[in-house]
Ligand binder design. Structure first.
Ligand code: ADP
Ligand code: MG
Length: 360
């Protein structure tokens, strides 16, 4: 009757499966002669599919391989710190700790918690990595084939809130018992940024694409000098509904079609509104693009957090992006029969020339 659902999509579950020219050698009049793309698909990174691509001069393939290996190691190191699925991660140790005890955490974890806190503030609580008790309650109830009771929801949401954490240079303290931090909405983006930084640090790498479970970032060009093409997954069926053409950018997608629980035949999103404790219902898919601005590189961490934030806030959340040149977004609401598309003007301009979002 009840089952935890996790659909692994073969077709473009990973956004940017469309990144064209995957293993081609390129030669173009634009001065990109003799460049090649080297690819790695390390298994089980952050519990999902992962594809890393580096564009290098054809005679520097060895350097590309080494850089890809270092990027993979950076991803795995981050996972070892931030995963709630690994019992000995720093985050799991924190989650298991009692209230009022200051826990020293690796700086990268403390930094990400601070960043998460800024999203909570910005979103009025729509984004909150302390939503762990609520997420776990829904998973537990789904296993038992029932909905959580009002009392259970009340108890779980009482433990949700960044105000229950004290974050200082020395460490992080739970101010009440039962706080549980879940970085699922931001850690993949953070990992993508790390991996890209590693690739950028390799002098041989002139372009790259890092994709961890659909959260991705690219820079430079493909071997033929062309832009990266990134597919947008159709929220209602196994297909793409659009294509983005990008150079230096990060993209993240949150959707209720990829991960969810089923209770009494009904699907519930894995994204919750931390304020009510209830799964998001109206927003089926959100794609956020982070673009470079003066002095700031694109951020997959931002794109990831914003995709979750806008999933909770819905189309009205787009108002938060007005006047920002670093973020563009697409939100799909409605029903399969009557889908509704909401997007920023800048998002429309990133779509492949002459195309739109096609939800047929
Ligand atoms: P995905 O992991 O499918 O790419 P998201 O980036 O949106 O999707 O992350 C969803 C995960 O984040 C959930 O599985 C849960 O662990 C956590 N989460 C759910 N709702 C929220 C929220 N409102 N704020 C922060 N984290 C959330
Ligand atoms: Mg996210």
């Amino acid at each position: 009757m009840t089952q935890a659902g996790r659909r692994v999509r073969l077709l473009a579950s990973v956004l940017a499966a469309l990144a064209v020219g995957c293993s081609s050698r390129g030669r173009s009049p634009g001065g990109n002669a003799g460049r090649t793309i080297v690819e790695a698909s390390p298994r089980a990174v952050m519990g999902t599919e992962c594809v890393l691509k580096a564009v290098v001069p054809a005679d520097r393939v060895g350097e590309a391989r080494a850089a890809l290996k270092r990027a993979e190691q950076a991803l795995r190191r981050l996972e070892a710190v931030m995963s709630v699925h690994l019992a000995d991660s720093a985050l799991s140790r924190f989650n298991a700790a009692p209230a009022r005890r200051e826990i020293r955490l690796p700086a990268e974890l403390t930094d990400l918690l601070r960043r998460a806190a800024s999203f909570t503030e910005l979103s009025g609580g729509a984004f909150d990595v302390t939503c762990g008790p609520v997420v776990r309650l829904w998973k537990r109830c789904a296993k038992a084939g029932r909905q959580p009771s009002e009392e259970e929801l009340r108890q779980a949401t009482a433990r949700v809130g960044m105000r229950h954490l004290s974050i200082t240079e020395r460490g992080v303290t739970k101010l009440v018992a039962g706080v549980f931090v879940d970085l699922g909405a931001i850690a993949k983006g953070c990992g993508v940024d790390r991996a890209v930084e590693v690739l950028r640090g390799s002098p041989a790498v002139v372009g790259a694409m890092v994709n961890v479970g659909g959260d991705l970032r690219c820079f430079g060009t493909k071997p033929d000098g062309g832009s990266w093409r990134v597919g947008v997954q159709h929220p209602f069926r196994e297909a793409l509904c659009g294509a983005l053409v990008l150079r230096d950018a990060a993209v993240a997608t949150s959707g209720d079609y990829r991960r969810f629980v089923v209770i009494a035949g009904r699907r519930y999103s894995h994204i919750v509104d931390p304020r009510t404790g209830r799964p998001v219902e109206a927003t089926h898919s959100v794609t956020v693009v982070s673009l470079p601005t003066a002095g700031k590189a694109p951020s997959a961490t931002d794109a990831d957090a914003w995709a979750t934030t806008l999933s909770v806030m819905g189309p009205k959340g787009l108002a938060l992006l007005e006047g920002r040149s670093d973020l563009e977004a697409l939100i799909i609401t409605g029903t399969p029969a009557r889908p509704e598309v909401h997007m920023t003007d800048g998002f429309r301009r990133l779509l492949a020339p002459g195309t739109g979002i096609n939800l047929e």
